[in-house]
Design a protein around this ligand. Structure first.
Ligand SMILES: Cc1cc2nc3c(=O)[nH]c(=O)nc-3n(C[C@H](O)[C@H](O)[C@H](O)COP(=O)(O)OP(=O)(O)OC[C@H]3O[C@@H](n4cnc5c(N)ncnc54)[C@H](O)[C@@H]3O)c2cc1C
Length: 164
């Protein structure tokens, strides 16, 4: 597991249900995750943190196709090492895919598309946005799907109004 926030720690703990050993690789020596999660992680017998390291390369085989390990680099010394593993999970943050509209519509929190409260209208008439692209708080499948439905209805109404 690569990362040090809530997602990385939660997923590392979850992986212990299936894996005999989980290595949590983090580029610092302290975690951003909530204290209660940190405590659970640090005392878990199957989890080993590897501090001051970042992922350099995922190693794998073609036949059969799959991950065989990772090459990681020490963030201070630059020294690299390879660790055998069967899976790599990356939880190092979230960046909305906004290339299509960046610089063209009003944004919030730097990179999320701003929509009017209670609607999916953006700052451009006729352009509607929904889901993770607009939402830095919930970012869930069900909230995104709900907003998708709202956007479809908003778009339909917008088009109907154009016909009037
Ligand atoms: C590891 C992980 C676990 C998760 N677990 C859960 C969970 O248990 N429950 C839950 O509710 N949610 C979960 N989520 C969150 C959930 O997946 C998202 O909230 C949801 O998929 C967001 O839906 P969306 O339609 O807004 O965006 P996405 O599902 O990301 O869809 C956006 C689509 O737009 C496409 N796209 C992007 N840019 C362009 C472009 N320029 N042109 C054309 N197409 C483009 C992308 O290819 C993508 O297909 C999880 C997310 C992750 C990463």
């Amino acid at each position: 597991m690569i990362g040090g926030g809530n997602t990385a720690v939660e997923e590392a703990l979850f992986l212990t249900n299936f894996a005999s050993k989980v290595t949590l690789i983090h580029r610092r020596d302290e975690l951003r995750a909530e204290k209660i999660l940190q405590n659970r992680l640090l005392k878990h017998p199957k989890i080993e943190p590897l501090w001051f390291h970042e992922l350099e390369e995922v190693l794998g085989d073609d036949n059969p196709k799959g991950v065989t390990g990772v090459r990681v680099k020490h963030t201070k010394t630059g020294e690299t090492q390879e660790i055998d593993c069967k899976g790599v999970f990356i939880a190092i943050g979230h960046a909305p895919a906004n290339e299509l509209v960046k610089g063209k519509v009003e944004m919030h929190h730097g990179e999320y598309v701003q929509v009017e409260a209670g609607s999916t209208r953006t700052s451009i008439p006729g352009l509607f946005a929904a889901g993770d692209l607009t939402d830095h708080t919930y970012r869930q499948a069900v909230t995104s799907a709900g907003m998708g439905c709202m956007a479809a209805l908003d778009a339909e109404r917008y088009l109907a109004e154009q016909d009037d």
